[in-house]
Design a protein around this ligand. Structure first.
Ligand code: GCB
Length: 597
Protein backbone atom coordinates (compact mmCIF):
# COMPACT_ATOMS: atom_id res chain seq x y z
CA UNK A 1 0.00 0.00 0.00
CA UNK A 2 1.63 3.25 -1.14
CA UNK A 3 1.53 6.32 1.09
CA UNK A 4 -0.84 8.97 -0.36
CA UNK A 5 0.96 11.86 -2.05
CA UNK A 6 0.25 14.76 -4.32
CA UNK A 7 1.98 14.15 -7.65
CA UNK A 8 1.29 15.52 -11.11
CA UNK A 9 -1.38 12.80 -11.45
CA UNK A 10 -2.73 12.52 -7.90
CA UNK A 11 -4.47 14.80 -5.43
CA UNK A 12 -5.01 14.73 -1.71
CA UNK A 13 -6.99 16.31 1.13
CA UNK A 14 -5.76 15.87 4.68
CA UNK A 15 -8.76 15.59 7.00
CA UNK A 16 -6.71 16.05 10.16
CA UNK A 17 -8.06 18.75 12.41
CA UNK A 18 -11.16 19.06 14.58
CA UNK A 19 -13.85 16.37 14.23
CA UNK A 20 -17.22 15.88 15.95
CA UNK A 21 -16.98 13.13 18.53
CA UNK A 22 -19.25 11.10 20.74
CA UNK A 23 -18.53 8.19 23.08
CA UNK A 24 -21.34 5.65 22.91
CA UNK A 25 -21.81 5.15 26.66
CA UNK A 26 -25.31 3.71 26.23
CA UNK A 27 -24.59 1.54 23.20
CA UNK A 28 -27.16 3.33 21.07
CA UNK A 29 -25.06 4.38 18.07
CA UNK A 30 -25.96 1.44 15.85
CA UNK A 31 -29.59 1.35 17.01
CA UNK A 32 -30.02 5.04 16.23
CA UNK A 33 -28.06 4.87 12.97
CA UNK A 34 -25.49 7.49 13.92
CA UNK A 35 -23.51 6.51 10.83
CA UNK A 36 -26.39 7.84 8.70
CA UNK A 37 -28.22 10.30 10.93
CA UNK A 38 -25.07 11.94 12.29
CA UNK A 39 -24.07 12.80 15.84
CA UNK A 40 -26.15 14.95 18.18
CA UNK A 41 -24.79 16.47 21.40
CA UNK A 42 -21.27 15.78 20.24
CA UNK A 43 -18.05 17.22 21.58
CA UNK A 44 -14.97 18.33 19.65
CA UNK A 45 -12.00 16.06 19.22
CA UNK A 46 -8.65 16.54 17.48
CA UNK A 47 -7.44 14.08 14.85
CA UNK A 48 -4.83 12.67 15.04
CA UNK A 49 -4.87 12.12 18.83
CA UNK A 50 -5.95 9.60 21.42
CA UNK A 51 -9.20 10.85 22.92
CA UNK A 52 -8.38 9.60 26.43
CA UNK A 53 -6.47 12.59 27.83
CA UNK A 54 -8.13 15.39 25.86
CA UNK A 55 -11.01 16.02 28.27
CA UNK A 56 -11.07 16.06 32.10
CA UNK A 57 -13.53 13.19 32.25
CA UNK A 58 -12.26 9.94 33.81
CA UNK A 59 -15.23 8.15 32.28
CA UNK A 60 -13.98 8.94 28.80
CA UNK A 61 -10.35 8.26 29.67
CA UNK A 62 -11.18 4.74 30.84
CA UNK A 63 -14.01 4.05 28.41
CA UNK A 64 -14.29 0.61 26.83
CA UNK A 65 -16.48 0.46 23.73
CA UNK A 66 -17.39 2.44 20.62
CA UNK A 67 -16.62 6.09 19.99
CA UNK A 68 -17.86 7.92 16.91
CA UNK A 69 -16.10 10.54 14.81
CA UNK A 70 -17.79 12.69 12.21
CA UNK A 71 -16.64 15.16 9.57
CA UNK A 72 -18.34 16.89 6.65
CA UNK A 73 -16.35 17.76 3.57
CA UNK A 74 -17.00 18.98 0.04
CA UNK A 75 -15.30 16.76 -2.50
CA UNK A 76 -14.06 18.83 -5.46
CA UNK A 77 -16.02 18.28 -8.66
CA UNK A 78 -12.92 17.69 -10.84
CA UNK A 79 -12.27 14.56 -8.76
CA UNK A 80 -15.13 12.77 -10.49
CA UNK A 81 -12.90 11.39 -13.22
CA UNK A 82 -10.51 9.82 -10.72
CA UNK A 83 -10.46 7.02 -8.17
CA UNK A 84 -11.09 8.50 -4.74
CA UNK A 85 -9.89 6.70 -1.62
CA UNK A 86 -10.26 7.31 2.07
CA UNK A 87 -7.20 6.28 4.02
CA UNK A 88 -6.82 6.17 7.79
CA UNK A 89 -3.19 5.92 8.97
CA UNK A 90 -4.33 4.03 12.08
CA UNK A 91 -7.20 3.93 14.56
CA UNK A 92 -7.08 1.81 17.71
CA UNK A 93 -8.30 -0.88 17.48
CA UNK A 94 -11.38 -1.86 15.44
CA UNK A 95 -12.88 0.53 12.92
CA UNK A 96 -15.81 1.00 10.61
CA UNK A 97 -16.11 3.87 8.14
CA UNK A 98 -19.20 5.19 6.36
CA UNK A 99 -19.53 7.82 3.66
CA UNK A 100 -23.01 9.28 3.28
CA UNK A 101 -24.43 6.40 5.32
CA UNK A 102 -22.77 3.71 3.18
CA UNK A 103 -20.37 1.36 4.91
CA UNK A 104 -17.07 1.54 3.03
CA UNK A 105 -14.64 -0.25 5.32
CA UNK A 106 -14.35 -2.54 8.33
CA UNK A 107 -10.89 -3.07 9.73
CA UNK A 108 -9.32 -4.76 12.75
CA UNK A 109 -5.89 -3.64 13.91
CA UNK A 110 -4.86 -0.56 15.81
CA UNK A 111 -1.51 0.28 14.29
CA UNK A 112 -1.71 -0.14 10.53
CA UNK A 113 -3.45 1.83 7.80
CA UNK A 114 -6.67 0.91 6.10
CA UNK A 115 -8.26 2.38 3.01
CA UNK A 116 -11.21 2.05 0.71
CA UNK A 117 -12.23 3.12 -2.78
CA UNK A 118 -15.22 5.44 -2.42
CA UNK A 119 -16.49 5.10 -5.96
CA UNK A 120 -20.09 4.23 -5.17
CA UNK A 121 -20.48 6.30 -2.05
CA UNK A 122 -19.41 9.89 -2.72
CA UNK A 123 -21.07 12.96 -4.17
CA UNK A 124 -18.79 15.21 -6.22
CA UNK A 125 -18.97 18.95 -5.79
CA UNK A 126 -21.21 18.50 -2.75
CA UNK A 127 -20.90 17.99 0.95
CA UNK A 128 -20.11 14.43 2.03
CA UNK A 129 -20.72 12.98 5.46
CA UNK A 130 -17.89 10.88 6.86
CA UNK A 131 -18.39 8.81 10.01
CA UNK A 132 -15.81 6.55 11.62
CA UNK A 133 -16.66 4.34 14.58
CA UNK A 134 -13.64 3.22 16.58
CA UNK A 135 -13.83 0.47 19.16
CA UNK A 136 -11.02 -0.27 21.62
CA UNK A 137 -11.91 -3.77 22.81
CA UNK A 138 -9.16 -6.38 22.79
CA UNK A 139 -9.75 -10.13 22.78
CA UNK A 140 -7.48 -13.15 22.63
CA UNK A 141 -7.73 -12.97 18.85
CA UNK A 142 -6.68 -9.34 18.48
CA UNK A 143 -3.15 -7.91 18.54
CA UNK A 144 -2.33 -6.96 21.19
CA UNK A 145 -4.51 -9.58 22.89
CA UNK A 146 -6.69 -8.79 25.89
CA UNK A 147 -9.99 -9.73 27.50
CA UNK A 148 -13.17 -7.74 28.08
CA UNK A 149 -14.97 -8.43 31.36
CA UNK A 150 -17.83 -6.93 33.35
CA UNK A 151 -17.49 -5.47 36.78
CA UNK A 152 -20.35 -4.57 39.09
CA UNK A 153 -19.90 -1.27 40.91
CA UNK A 154 -21.28 -0.39 44.38
CA UNK A 155 -24.62 0.72 42.88
CA UNK A 156 -25.04 -2.57 41.09
CA UNK A 157 -24.24 -1.09 37.66
CA UNK A 158 -22.38 -3.33 35.27
CA UNK A 159 -19.29 -1.74 33.82
CA UNK A 160 -17.34 -2.99 30.85
CA UNK A 161 -13.64 -3.27 31.59
CA UNK A 162 -10.61 -4.18 29.56
CA UNK A 163 -8.02 -6.60 30.86
CA UNK A 164 -4.72 -6.28 29.01
CA UNK A 165 -1.41 -8.06 29.30
CA UNK A 166 0.75 -5.25 27.90
CA UNK A 167 2.38 -2.49 29.87
CA UNK A 168 1.22 0.65 28.09
CA UNK A 169 -1.99 2.62 28.28
CA UNK A 170 -4.67 1.36 25.92
CA UNK A 171 -4.84 4.68 24.10
CA UNK A 172 -7.69 4.78 21.61
CA UNK A 173 -9.02 6.90 18.81
CA UNK A 174 -7.81 8.00 15.39
CA UNK A 175 -4.06 8.14 15.84
CA UNK A 176 -2.73 9.06 12.41
CA UNK A 177 -3.78 11.22 9.46
CA UNK A 178 -7.02 10.63 7.60
CA UNK A 179 -6.64 11.38 3.91
CA UNK A 180 -8.92 11.54 0.94
CA UNK A 181 -6.79 11.04 -2.14
CA UNK A 182 -7.12 10.40 -5.81
CA UNK A 183 -5.40 8.25 -8.35
CA UNK A 184 -6.06 8.10 -12.07
CA UNK A 185 -8.25 5.18 -13.19
CA UNK A 186 -5.13 3.33 -14.27
CA UNK A 187 -2.53 3.73 -11.57
CA UNK A 188 0.50 2.40 -9.74
CA UNK A 189 -0.80 0.23 -6.90
CA UNK A 190 2.41 -0.97 -5.37
CA UNK A 191 6.18 -0.88 -5.71
CA UNK A 192 8.66 -3.31 -4.16
CA UNK A 193 12.33 -2.45 -4.02
CA UNK A 194 15.18 -4.77 -3.04
CA UNK A 195 18.73 -3.56 -3.05
CA UNK A 196 22.26 -4.94 -3.03
CA UNK A 197 25.71 -3.82 -4.14
CA UNK A 198 29.08 -5.12 -5.24
CA UNK A 199 32.00 -2.82 -4.68
CA UNK A 200 30.91 0.47 -6.18
CA UNK A 201 28.02 -0.95 -8.19
CA UNK A 202 24.59 -0.48 -6.64
CA UNK A 203 21.82 -2.91 -7.58
CA UNK A 204 18.11 -2.33 -7.40
CA UNK A 205 15.56 -5.01 -8.09
CA UNK A 206 12.08 -3.59 -8.51
CA UNK A 207 8.50 -4.76 -9.08
CA UNK A 208 5.68 -2.41 -9.99
CA UNK A 209 2.06 -3.45 -9.71
CA UNK A 210 -0.63 -1.53 -11.56
CA UNK A 211 -4.39 -2.03 -11.34
CA UNK A 212 -4.73 -2.43 -15.10
CA UNK A 213 -2.23 -3.23 -17.77
CA UNK A 214 -0.53 -0.02 -18.78
CA UNK A 215 1.24 0.32 -22.07
CA UNK A 216 4.51 1.40 -20.68
CA UNK A 217 6.15 1.61 -17.29
CA UNK A 218 9.19 3.86 -17.13
CA UNK A 219 11.54 4.05 -14.18
CA UNK A 220 13.89 6.94 -13.46
CA UNK A 221 16.31 7.07 -10.55
CA UNK A 222 17.62 10.43 -9.33
CA UNK A 223 20.37 11.11 -6.83
CA UNK A 224 20.22 13.67 -4.04
CA UNK A 225 21.39 16.41 -6.43
CA UNK A 226 18.42 15.57 -8.62
CA UNK A 227 20.66 14.13 -11.34
CA UNK A 228 19.22 11.25 -13.35
CA UNK A 229 21.48 8.26 -12.65
CA UNK A 230 19.54 5.32 -14.14
CA UNK A 231 16.50 4.44 -16.21
CA UNK A 232 14.58 1.29 -16.96
CA UNK A 233 11.32 0.11 -18.47
CA UNK A 234 8.88 -2.65 -17.62
CA UNK A 235 6.98 -3.81 -14.58
CA UNK A 236 9.99 -5.47 -13.01
CA UNK A 237 13.67 -5.41 -13.56
CA UNK A 238 17.18 -4.79 -12.36
CA UNK A 239 18.84 -1.43 -12.30
CA UNK A 240 22.52 -0.79 -11.71
CA UNK A 241 23.97 2.37 -10.29
CA UNK A 242 27.63 3.15 -10.80
CA UNK A 243 29.61 4.80 -8.00
CA UNK A 244 26.73 4.10 -5.70
CA UNK A 245 26.29 6.07 -2.52
CA UNK A 246 25.08 3.57 0.05
CA UNK A 247 22.48 4.17 2.73
CA UNK A 248 24.48 3.80 5.93
CA UNK A 249 23.52 4.09 9.58
CA UNK A 250 24.08 7.71 10.60
CA UNK A 251 24.95 8.54 7.03
CA UNK A 252 21.78 8.19 5.05
CA UNK A 253 21.77 8.61 1.30
CA UNK A 254 18.44 8.49 -0.50
CA UNK A 255 17.76 8.12 -4.20
CA UNK A 256 14.45 9.05 -5.67
CA UNK A 257 12.80 6.15 -7.50
CA UNK A 258 10.24 7.53 -9.94
CA UNK A 259 7.63 5.34 -11.63
CA UNK A 260 5.87 6.75 -14.71
CA UNK A 261 2.90 5.02 -16.30
CA UNK A 262 2.25 5.88 -19.92
CA UNK A 263 -0.62 5.09 -22.22
CA UNK A 264 -0.48 6.14 -25.86
CA UNK A 265 2.74 8.00 -25.04
CA UNK A 266 0.93 10.16 -22.52
CA UNK A 267 1.82 10.16 -18.86
CA UNK A 268 -1.16 8.87 -16.87
CA UNK A 269 0.29 8.26 -13.40
CA UNK A 270 3.48 9.08 -11.57
CA UNK A 271 4.67 8.06 -8.11
CA UNK A 272 8.06 8.43 -6.46
CA UNK A 273 9.66 6.74 -3.49
CA UNK A 274 12.75 7.62 -1.50
CA UNK A 275 14.93 4.55 -1.48
CA UNK A 276 18.28 3.67 0.05
CA UNK A 277 20.72 1.14 -1.32
CA UNK A 278 22.03 -1.15 1.37
CA UNK A 279 22.39 -4.77 2.33
CA UNK A 280 21.51 -6.54 5.60
CA UNK A 281 22.57 -10.02 6.72
CA UNK A 282 23.09 -12.11 9.83
CA UNK A 283 26.30 -14.01 9.24
CA UNK A 284 28.85 -15.76 11.45
CA UNK A 285 27.12 -14.57 14.59
CA UNK A 286 27.10 -10.94 13.52
CA UNK A 287 24.54 -8.48 12.25
CA UNK A 288 25.96 -6.99 9.06
CA UNK A 289 24.87 -3.79 7.37
CA UNK A 290 26.70 -3.28 4.08
CA UNK A 291 29.00 -6.19 5.04
CA UNK A 292 30.16 -4.42 8.20
CA UNK A 293 29.27 -5.56 11.74
CA UNK A 294 26.58 -3.37 13.21
CA UNK A 295 26.22 -2.94 16.98
CA UNK A 296 22.75 -1.73 17.97
CA UNK A 297 22.87 1.25 20.37
CA UNK A 298 19.53 2.69 21.28
CA UNK A 299 16.17 2.00 22.81
CA UNK A 300 12.82 0.38 22.88
CA UNK A 301 10.45 3.29 22.38
CA UNK A 302 6.75 4.09 22.46
CA UNK A 303 4.51 6.40 20.53
CA UNK A 304 3.43 8.30 23.62
CA UNK A 305 3.18 11.85 24.84
CA UNK A 306 1.26 14.18 27.14
CA UNK A 307 -2.30 15.05 26.11
CA UNK A 308 -2.08 13.54 22.61
CA UNK A 309 -1.36 9.99 23.81
CA UNK A 310 -0.53 8.00 20.71
CA UNK A 311 -1.53 10.72 18.24
CA UNK A 312 0.99 11.42 15.51
CA UNK A 313 2.99 14.55 16.26
CA UNK A 314 5.78 15.76 13.97
CA UNK A 315 7.23 18.04 16.66
CA UNK A 316 7.67 15.20 19.17
CA UNK A 317 8.95 12.86 16.48
CA UNK A 318 11.62 15.27 15.25
CA UNK A 319 12.55 16.10 18.83
CA UNK A 320 13.01 12.36 19.40
CA UNK A 321 15.29 11.98 16.39
CA UNK A 322 17.32 14.97 17.55
CA UNK A 323 17.68 13.35 20.97
CA UNK A 324 18.67 10.02 19.40
CA UNK A 325 21.42 11.84 17.51
CA UNK A 326 22.48 13.79 20.59
CA UNK A 327 22.79 10.65 22.69
CA UNK A 328 24.81 8.88 19.95
CA UNK A 329 22.19 6.16 19.44
CA UNK A 330 22.00 4.46 16.07
CA UNK A 331 18.77 2.45 16.29
CA UNK A 332 15.46 1.68 18.00
CA UNK A 333 12.79 -0.98 18.10
CA UNK A 334 9.22 0.10 17.37
CA UNK A 335 8.08 -1.60 20.58
CA UNK A 336 5.36 -2.87 20.63
CA UNK A 337 3.61 -2.15 17.31
CA UNK A 338 4.39 -0.65 13.90
CA UNK A 339 4.91 3.11 14.27
CA UNK A 340 3.55 5.73 11.91
CA UNK A 341 4.95 5.71 8.38
CA UNK A 342 6.02 9.31 9.00
CA UNK A 343 8.39 8.03 11.72
CA UNK A 344 10.00 5.55 9.33
CA UNK A 345 10.44 8.32 6.76
CA UNK A 346 12.36 10.29 9.38
CA UNK A 347 14.46 7.23 10.26
CA UNK A 348 15.35 6.83 6.57
CA UNK A 349 16.47 10.44 6.46
CA UNK A 350 18.30 10.60 9.80
CA UNK A 351 20.04 7.26 9.20
CA UNK A 352 18.54 5.66 12.29
CA UNK A 353 18.19 1.87 12.06
CA UNK A 354 14.78 0.37 12.85
CA UNK A 355 13.60 -2.97 14.16
CA UNK A 356 9.96 -3.03 13.13
CA UNK A 357 7.65 -4.87 15.54
CA UNK A 358 4.24 -6.38 14.86
CA UNK A 359 1.74 -5.68 17.72
CA UNK A 360 2.22 -9.15 19.22
CA UNK A 361 2.76 -8.07 22.81
CA UNK A 362 1.09 -9.70 25.80
CA UNK A 363 0.83 -13.27 24.51
CA UNK A 364 1.23 -14.39 28.08
CA UNK A 365 -0.71 -14.59 31.30
CA UNK A 366 -0.13 -11.51 33.39
CA UNK A 367 -0.36 -7.76 33.24
CA UNK A 368 3.15 -6.56 34.04
CA UNK A 369 5.19 -8.97 32.00
CA UNK A 370 8.48 -9.20 33.72
CA UNK A 371 6.98 -10.03 37.13
CA UNK A 372 3.98 -12.04 35.97
CA UNK A 373 3.20 -15.70 36.19
CA UNK A 374 3.27 -17.61 32.94
CA UNK A 375 -0.15 -19.21 32.54
CA UNK A 376 -0.83 -21.41 29.55
CA UNK A 377 -1.98 -19.21 26.66
CA UNK A 378 -1.39 -21.31 23.55
CA UNK A 379 -4.76 -23.02 24.05
CA UNK A 380 -8.06 -23.37 22.16
CA UNK A 381 -9.59 -20.52 24.22
CA UNK A 382 -6.69 -18.06 24.08
CA UNK A 383 -3.92 -17.88 21.48
CA UNK A 384 -5.40 -20.30 18.95
CA UNK A 385 -5.47 -20.84 15.20
CA UNK A 386 -7.53 -17.76 14.61
CA UNK A 387 -4.92 -15.74 16.50
CA UNK A 388 -2.23 -17.21 14.30
CA UNK A 389 -4.13 -16.17 11.17
CA UNK A 390 -4.40 -12.63 12.51
CA UNK A 391 -0.74 -12.59 13.51
CA UNK A 392 0.23 -13.63 9.97
CA UNK A 393 -2.15 -11.10 8.39
CA UNK A 394 -0.79 -8.21 10.46
CA UNK A 395 2.80 -9.25 9.81
CA UNK A 396 2.07 -9.30 6.08
CA UNK A 397 0.42 -5.90 6.24
CA UNK A 398 3.31 -4.43 8.22
CA UNK A 399 5.79 -5.73 5.67
CA UNK A 400 3.64 -4.55 2.76
CA UNK A 401 3.62 -1.08 4.31
CA UNK A 402 7.26 -0.86 5.42
CA UNK A 403 9.25 -3.08 3.02
CA UNK A 404 10.77 -0.19 1.06
CA UNK A 405 12.26 1.68 4.02
CA UNK A 406 16.05 1.28 4.05
CA UNK A 407 16.04 2.04 7.80
CA UNK A 408 14.06 -1.13 8.55
CA UNK A 409 16.64 -3.89 8.95
CA UNK A 410 14.77 -6.56 10.90
CA UNK A 411 11.19 -7.66 11.69
CA UNK A 412 10.31 -8.40 15.30
CA UNK A 413 7.52 -10.97 15.34
CA UNK A 414 6.68 -11.03 19.05
CA UNK A 415 7.52 -9.47 22.38
CA UNK A 416 7.48 -11.76 25.41
CA UNK A 417 5.22 -14.55 24.22
CA UNK A 418 4.87 -17.62 26.39
CA UNK A 419 7.33 -19.53 24.20
CA UNK A 420 8.27 -22.30 26.62
CA UNK A 421 4.82 -23.82 26.02
CA UNK A 422 5.15 -26.78 23.63
CA UNK A 423 2.31 -25.48 21.44
CA UNK A 424 4.15 -22.22 20.80
CA UNK A 425 6.59 -24.12 18.62
CA UNK A 426 4.34 -24.99 15.70
CA UNK A 427 2.66 -21.56 15.97
CA UNK A 428 5.95 -19.72 15.51
CA UNK A 429 7.27 -22.17 12.96
CA UNK A 430 4.30 -21.35 10.74
CA UNK A 431 4.54 -17.60 11.41
CA UNK A 432 8.22 -17.54 10.50
CA UNK A 433 7.65 -19.67 7.42
CA UNK A 434 4.96 -17.31 6.14
CA UNK A 435 7.10 -14.24 6.87
CA UNK A 436 10.15 -15.58 5.07
CA UNK A 437 8.03 -16.14 1.96
CA UNK A 438 7.51 -12.44 1.54
CA UNK A 439 10.70 -10.78 2.75
CA UNK A 440 14.29 -11.78 3.39
CA UNK A 441 15.14 -9.46 6.27
CA UNK A 442 16.36 -11.15 9.48
CA UNK A 443 13.73 -12.06 12.08
CA UNK A 444 13.79 -11.33 15.79
CA UNK A 445 11.90 -12.93 18.66
CA UNK A 446 11.99 -11.13 22.01
CA UNK A 447 11.92 -13.18 25.23
CA UNK A 448 11.14 -12.20 28.79
CA UNK A 449 13.28 -13.10 31.76
CA UNK A 450 10.99 -15.91 32.90
CA UNK A 451 12.00 -17.99 29.88
CA UNK A 452 15.07 -19.71 31.23
CA UNK A 453 18.04 -20.41 28.98
CA UNK A 454 17.38 -23.45 26.84
CA UNK A 455 13.62 -23.34 27.51
CA UNK A 456 12.58 -21.31 24.47
CA UNK A 457 10.87 -23.54 21.94
CA UNK A 458 11.04 -21.07 19.08
CA UNK A 459 14.55 -19.55 19.07
CA UNK A 460 15.63 -22.07 16.45
CA UNK A 461 13.39 -20.43 13.85
CA UNK A 462 14.78 -16.91 14.33
CA UNK A 463 17.98 -15.15 13.28
CA UNK A 464 18.46 -12.97 16.35
CA UNK A 465 17.31 -13.54 19.93
CA UNK A 466 16.09 -10.51 21.85
CA UNK A 467 16.27 -10.68 25.64
CA UNK A 468 14.41 -8.40 28.04
CA UNK A 469 16.36 -8.68 31.29
CA UNK A 470 15.81 -6.84 34.54
CA UNK A 471 18.05 -8.64 37.08
CA UNK A 472 18.69 -6.17 39.89
CA UNK A 473 15.23 -4.69 39.36
CA UNK A 474 12.38 -7.22 39.07
CA UNK A 475 14.60 -9.90 40.65
CA UNK A 476 17.54 -9.30 43.07
CA UNK A 477 15.67 -6.05 43.74
CA UNK A 478 18.06 -3.20 44.44
CA UNK A 479 21.12 -5.47 44.39
CA UNK A 480 22.94 -4.56 41.20
CA UNK A 481 25.96 -6.78 41.94
CA UNK A 482 23.78 -9.86 42.34
CA UNK A 483 21.86 -8.89 39.20
CA UNK A 484 25.09 -8.53 37.29
CA UNK A 485 26.28 -12.00 38.27
CA UNK A 486 23.01 -13.53 37.17
CA UNK A 487 23.15 -11.58 33.92
CA UNK A 488 26.57 -12.93 32.94
CA UNK A 489 25.56 -16.53 33.55
CA UNK A 490 22.18 -16.06 31.84
CA UNK A 491 23.66 -14.61 28.68
CA UNK A 492 26.33 -17.30 28.40
CA UNK A 493 23.74 -20.03 28.99
CA UNK A 494 21.35 -18.58 26.41
CA UNK A 495 24.07 -18.39 23.83
CA UNK A 496 25.16 -21.92 24.56
CA UNK A 497 21.60 -23.18 24.25
CA UNK A 498 20.56 -21.37 21.06
CA UNK A 499 23.84 -20.36 19.44
CA UNK A 500 22.31 -17.22 17.93
CA UNK A 501 23.40 -13.58 18.21
CA UNK A 502 21.77 -11.85 21.18
CA UNK A 503 20.31 -8.37 21.28
CA UNK A 504 19.60 -6.92 24.71
CA UNK A 505 16.20 -5.71 23.59
CA UNK A 506 15.26 -4.36 27.04
CA UNK A 507 17.06 -3.58 30.27
CA UNK A 508 16.39 -0.64 32.56
CA UNK A 509 14.88 0.61 35.79
CA UNK A 510 12.11 2.98 36.85
CA UNK A 511 13.66 6.33 37.69
CA UNK A 512 11.92 9.36 39.10
CA UNK A 513 13.46 12.44 37.48
CA UNK A 514 14.94 14.65 40.18
CA UNK A 515 15.22 11.93 42.83
CA UNK A 516 18.86 11.77 43.93
CA UNK A 517 20.33 9.38 46.49
CA UNK A 518 23.92 8.67 47.45
CA UNK A 519 24.42 5.77 47.95
CA UNK A 520 21.98 4.96 45.21
CA UNK A 521 18.63 3.31 45.84
CA UNK A 522 15.96 2.06 43.46
CA UNK A 523 14.08 4.83 41.63
CA UNK A 524 16.91 7.37 42.02
CA UNK A 525 18.74 8.79 39.03
CA UNK A 526 22.02 7.43 40.44
CA UNK A 527 20.59 3.90 40.53
CA UNK A 528 19.66 4.06 36.84
CA UNK A 529 23.24 5.03 35.94
CA UNK A 530 24.77 2.28 38.13
CA UNK A 531 22.42 -0.30 36.69
CA UNK A 532 23.22 0.58 33.08
CA UNK A 533 26.98 0.68 33.77
CA UNK A 534 26.87 -2.75 35.40
CA UNK A 535 25.05 -4.24 32.42
CA UNK A 536 27.47 -2.65 29.97
CA UNK A 537 30.45 -4.14 31.79
CA UNK A 538 28.97 -7.55 30.99
CA UNK A 539 27.97 -6.83 27.39
CA UNK A 540 31.45 -5.57 26.61
CA UNK A 541 32.91 -8.98 27.48
CA UNK A 542 30.55 -11.01 25.28
CA UNK A 543 31.15 -10.96 21.51
CA UNK A 544 27.79 -12.64 20.75
CA UNK A 545 25.94 -9.60 22.15
CA UNK A 546 25.16 -7.59 19.03
CA UNK A 547 23.49 -4.65 20.64
CA UNK A 548 21.92 -2.85 23.57
CA UNK A 549 18.48 -1.27 23.58
CA UNK A 550 17.73 0.40 26.89
CA UNK A 551 14.14 0.26 28.13
CA UNK A 552 12.89 2.93 27.54
CA UNK A 553 13.71 6.00 25.50
CA UNK A 554 11.21 8.12 27.48
CA UNK A 555 8.75 7.71 30.36
CA UNK A 556 5.35 6.60 29.09
CA UNK A 557 1.78 6.15 30.28
CA UNK A 558 0.45 2.78 31.42
CA UNK A 559 -2.73 1.52 33.04
CA UNK A 560 -3.09 2.29 36.73
CA UNK A 561 -1.24 -0.18 38.91
CA UNK A 562 0.62 -0.36 42.21
CA UNK A 563 3.92 -0.80 40.34
CA UNK A 564 3.35 2.26 38.16
CA UNK A 565 3.55 5.82 39.48
CA UNK A 566 1.89 7.95 36.79
CA UNK A 567 3.10 5.46 34.20
CA UNK A 568 6.32 3.61 33.52
CA UNK A 569 9.35 5.66 34.53
CA UNK A 570 12.11 3.66 32.88
CA UNK A 571 12.74 6.47 30.42
CA UNK A 572 16.23 7.82 29.95
CA UNK A 573 14.32 10.97 29.01
CA UNK A 574 11.23 12.22 30.79
CA UNK A 575 7.88 12.06 29.04
CA UNK A 576 8.52 15.71 28.11
CA UNK A 577 11.76 14.64 26.43
CA UNK A 578 14.30 16.10 28.88
CA UNK A 579 17.36 14.09 29.95
CA UNK A 580 17.77 12.22 33.21
CA UNK A 581 21.36 11.68 34.49
CA UNK A 582 21.56 8.39 32.60
CA UNK A 583 21.14 10.19 29.30
CA UNK A 584 24.45 12.02 29.81
CA UNK A 585 26.16 8.76 30.76
CA UNK A 586 24.79 6.95 27.68
CA UNK A 587 25.80 9.80 25.43
CA UNK A 588 29.37 9.38 26.57
CA UNK A 589 29.40 5.62 26.31
CA UNK A 590 27.78 5.44 22.90
CA UNK A 591 29.94 8.29 21.60
CA UNK A 592 33.12 6.43 22.54
CA UNK A 593 32.24 2.80 21.71
CA UNK A 594 34.77 1.61 19.15
CA UNK A 595 33.82 0.22 15.75
CA UNK A 596 30.17 1.14 15.90
CA UNK A 597 28.21 3.64 13.89
C1 GCB B 1 8.87 -5.68 29.60
C2 GCB B 1 7.94 -5.31 28.50
C3 GCB B 1 7.67 -3.83 28.44
C4 GCB B 1 7.49 -3.29 29.85
C5 GCB B 1 8.76 -3.53 30.62
C6 GCB B 1 8.67 -3.03 32.06
O1 GCB B 1 9.47 -6.71 29.64
O2 GCB B 1 8.35 -5.78 27.24
O3 GCB B 1 6.54 -3.59 27.65
O4 GCB B 1 7.14 -1.94 29.86
O5 GCB B 1 9.04 -4.88 30.66
O6 GCB B 1 9.03 -1.90 32.33
O7 GCB B 1 8.23 -3.81 32.90
Amino acid sequence: MLYPKITNSRNLINLSGVWNFKADYREEGYKNHWYKNGLKDYELMPVPASYNDITVDAKLRDFVGDVWYEKKIVIPKPWQNENVFIRVGSASHNSKAWINGILVKEYTGGFLPFESNLENAIKYGEENHIVICVNNELTWQTFPPGEVYYFEDADGNKKKKQRQQHDFFNYSGIHRHVYLYTTPKTYVKDITIKTDFEESLGKIHYDVITNKIAEEIKIEVYDEENQLVAVSTGESGKIEIKNVKLWKPNNAYLYSFVVKLNSNHTLIDQYSLNIGIRKVQVKDGQFLINNEPFYFKGFGKHEDMDVKGKGLDDAINIRDFNLLKWINANSFRTSHYPYAEEVLDLADRYGIVIIDEVPAVGMLGQAVPAVGELDGVFTEEKINNESLKEHIRLTREMIARDKNHPSVVMWSLANEASVMEPKAESYFQKLVEETRKIDDRPLLNVNLMLIEPGKCNVSKYFDVIGLNLYFGWYSERGDIDAGKKRLMKWLKDCYEADNKPILLSEYGVDTVAGLHKEPAIMFSEEFQVHFLKAYHEIFDQLPFVIGEHVWNFADFMTGQDIVRVDGNKKGVFTRQRQPKMAAHYLRERWGSLKNTY
